[in-house]
Design a protein around this ligand. Structure first.
Ligand code: NOJ
Length: 569
């Protein structure tokens, strides 16, 4: 086929639908779109995205062709951690709407065949939660305090924290209260950890799960699912000693007993028709992931390996092989993730040209935006991101997309310090920029001041500042451009569905190829080839149905993925 005829972005023909609405196991191959509600669309002009904003844009999601939407927390919160500090798990933050708005949104999504997944944050509450307020008002040793993790300090007068553990956002993991006791917070001080040894804590979350399942929610994304159950028997290990502990020995990470919690949740999920799905966010070694993904547990677990994998064919082959094996072990399917609300957007990540240090659990490339030697080649990043996306979408399992990635949005690195929100930035004294750069409100049109995020007569600017270059990435400007990222995503998702569910089934064969190429064959003779190497390679025999960039001289150039229907020219 001539180069200029490569269908990089055929117009989608199918509107979103679940394909087979009756399938209870829809999540096994679903394309799930993550909405970070405060930054998706602002319907009432207060500068904060809201639930009506989601309802207003259901057609965007339908035209994109996603199967489900996962909403990051929209519950009442003081926003010490972007809404993951929750005051009340069974309500909607007033600035985001009401429970009636939630129901209307869910109905609108369901009406277009899009399922709804909500975020459950069981490891901690906010410090404004009624239980923590009561714990502070009560005396040391009280029942109220026992719902959290309170301890006496060390040293004279107990003035030193019980351990030298660090919070995930930097700084100490303990905070002292006026009567001298300390409480544990693995995240921000405004996120006290709960004591999951207590029956009332367990009951509270079962009530919350029922509350949302009864409202028709289809599934749950479970925040830091590996941290809930703790063994804080003294003496507690030091920070240095924690690193040496192996599977199941750590006082708070991935303890075997956490599965008892999920076994109980599973019974609850399976009492619904259809059973509710759940996906674990659990940063555990790959070999422990299957525990969370098993049908007796949450049923699915995030595989974040592509977030840390370098742009290298061998690394991708390794990640794909290992995760398909793990999925087979657990009886689940794999999940694939290139971006989410915690990491640098993948077009930027793939464009980072300097050696940038080791990934860490929440920011990856911690010095990004801080160390001036770290530079971004945007063209390279965009090219690799498109290729990565097409390869990901050809794999068996479920793909999780993050709002704005369909636009090829880049990370916003230059948010002024006084407008930043992420506790990571503040708790590391600016040594890590944190996650605000991937949470900037979406551009729907190319017109400032808010690029269609808020109505024209908005009373407040978007809650994080949008750069002028967002105009180029807006839904409106990309919708009419067949070479745009949006057109590529729409075409890929439409084809994935049309091909009988490219994500479905475990079938994946490896076609022998050069070390710089990943070439997989899916059932029905679909080939997906990615060229990671510098030299162009041949297109597999058949009809090219989609390519992440134009072919050159009829060959696949560097950093390009092609989808080919075998046996057709
Ligand atoms: C993981 C979430 O994805 C992240 O955004 C949050 O800060 C932590 N859990 C704490 O809830």
């Amino acid at each position: 086929m001539p180069d200029d005829a490569v269908p990089t972005a055929a117009a989608p023909t199918a509107s979103a639908s679940t394909g087979d609405a009756a399938r209870d196991d829809w999540w096994r191959d679903a394309v799930v779109y993550q909405v970070y509600p405060r930054s998706f669309a602002d319907s009432d002009g207060n500068g904060i995205g809201d639930l009506r904003g989601v309802t207003d844009h259901v057609e965007h999601l339908a035209a994109l062709g996603v199967d489900a939407v996962w909403l990051s927390p929209f519950y009442p919160s003081a926003l010490a951690d972007g809404g993951y500090d929750i005051d009340d798990h069974r309500d909607v933050a007033p600035e985001l709407g009401t429970l009636a708005d939630f129901d209307a949104m869910a109905a609108a999504l369901h009406g277009r065949g899009i399922r709804v997944v909500v975020d459950i944050v069981p490891n901690h509450t906010s410090d404004r939660h009624r239980w923590f307020v009561a714990a502070l008002a009560a005396a040391p040793g009280s029942d109220e305090r026992d719902r959290y993790v309170f301890r006496e300090g060390r040293g004279p007068d107990g003035a030193e924290p019980p351990t030298d553990w660090e919070s995930d956002f930097g700084g100490p993991a303990w905070t002292r209260v006026p009567d001298g006791q300390w409480y544990l917070h693995l995240f921000a001080p405004e996120q006290p950890d709960l004591n999951w040894d207590r029956r009332d804590v367990r009951e509270e979350f079962l009530t919350t799960l029922r509350f949302w399942a009864d409202r028709g929610v289809d599934g749950f994304r479970v925040d830091v699912a590996n941290l809930l159950v703790k063994d804080l028997t003294e003496p507690l290990p030091s920070l240095a000693e924690l690193a040496a502990l192996t599977d199941g020995e750590h006082p708070y990470e991935d303890r075997d007993a956490v599965q008892e919690v999920y076994a109980e949740w599973r019974t609850l999920f399976d009492s619904y028709d259809p059973p509710r799905m759940a996906v674990a966010e659990a940063w555990v070694p790959a070999h422990r992931r299957a525990r969370y993904a098993s049908p007796q547990s949450l049923g699915q677990a995030f595989n974040f390996d592509l977030l840390t994998a370098p742009w290298d064919a061998g690394a991708w082959r390794g990640v794909i092989t290992e995760n398909l094996d793990l999925a087979a072990q657990s009886g689940s399917t794999s999940t694939w993730v290139l971006s989410n609300h915690d990491v640098i957007r993948h077009p930027t990540r793939y464009g980072i040209t300097a050696a940038a240090g080791q990934p860490n659990a929440i920011g990856y490339i911690p010095a990004f935006g801080v160390d001036p030697t770290i530079t971004v080649d945007e063209e390279l990043g965009a090219r690799r991101a498109r290729a990565a996306t097409l390869l990901m979408l050809a794999l068996p399992g479920s793909a999780y997309l993050y709002q704005g990635e369909e636009l090829g949005l880049l990370e916003v690195a230059d948010i002024p310090a006084d407008q930043r929100q992420d506790p990571t930035f503040f708790r590391t004294g600016g040594q890590r920029l944190g996650r605000d750069g991937c949470r900037v409100p979406l551009p729907w049109t190319s017109e400032p001041p808010s690029y269609g995020f808020s109505p024209a007569d908005a009373s407040a600017p978007p809650h994080l500042p949008q750069p002028a270059w967002f105009a180029r990435f807006s839904v409106a400007s990309e919708a009419g451009d067949p070479a745009s990222s949006l057109a590529l995503y729409r075409a890929a998702l439409a084809l994935r569905r049309e091909l009988g569910g490219l994500g479905r089934g475990e079938g994946l064969a490896w076609e022998p190829s050069s070390p710089a190429v990943v070439h997989v064959i899916r059932p029905g003779g679909w080939h997906c080839l990615t060229n990671f190497g510098p030299a162009p390679v041949d297109v597999p025999a058949g009809q090219v149905v989609l390519a992440s960039a134009p072919l050159v001289g009829g060959r696949v150039p560097t950093d390009v993925t092609v989808w080919v229907r075998a046996g057709q020219r």
